[in-house]
Design a binder for this molecule. Sequence first.
Ligand SMILES: [Zn+2]
Length: 308
Amino acid sequence: MTNNPSSLDFKEIPHDGDQFELFCRDFLSEYGLYIETPPNRGADGGKDMLVIERRTGSIANTEFRWLVSCKHFAASDRSVGPADEINIVERVSGFEADGFLGFYSTIPSAGLISELDRLANKKLISEYRIFDHRIIESILIANSRNLLMARYLPTSFGATRPLSTLWGKVIDLRCHVCGRDLLDIDFIDSQMAMIVYASKLDDDKSEKIFEVKTVCKGECDQIYEGRLGAREAYTSWMDIHRVCMPSFFADYVRNVMLAIQEGRYEIQAVEQLGEIVRALAQRVMRIPTAKEKAEYKDLVENESDPWS
Ligand SMILES: [Zn+2]
């Protein structure tokens, strides 16, 4: 199940106790669903919960109620079959729910899917959805649900090292020549990504950086330097791997500030480097807390000059 070394390993979530149900609750809540009844182990040992999806229509808004069934079979790595999901129709109607949502740390079996198709086709349940381990993982990673991953899957999270989304969306950093994603952690670790500073002698014979770009080492760097050659520029470079070390990052920002103060950068180069620093900060900074995110949003939206 975890052939891909960068994938999340759901075995990390303990199989005894209610950790997987709590993970499901927090996941669905962050996914935008309203948890009506939290996971509760009933007398029958079942662990269903009820969540509400608010659906916005062009005329009316409706609420769709999902019966959520959590199954955590990651340790045995077996699929969830019809024998694991008994009395689906009775459970859905017992909760006065509209649809069935399976939340599984493995995958559903073909038999379970055909049973759910049968129930939906006969209108015994109005809809069903399965969140299997791949879907859960892709949502966690695509939406940078870092706090959830850090809380429930700390080891996988450490190995995957997703970006810290600092501004609600990812700021890209790409190779100026080939367009490659230079925030890719494996590529950074291989020390193949670099910042290149292009400078020229100005009228008083002092070297001034007029352009800062990011490129892959090797061929892309040569192509870029070839283009610059026609403009009689000099280049120097910095390994992005170094800048991604937190202590070096802070030193780097300070040193760039000093160089700017000394007049060694033209304004467009400062702007370009500023964007590079913001993109790399996503590899260096910790994840903001919910309170910090809200405070930041308030600052940039309501203060005329929050940076002063
Ligand atoms: Zn490249």
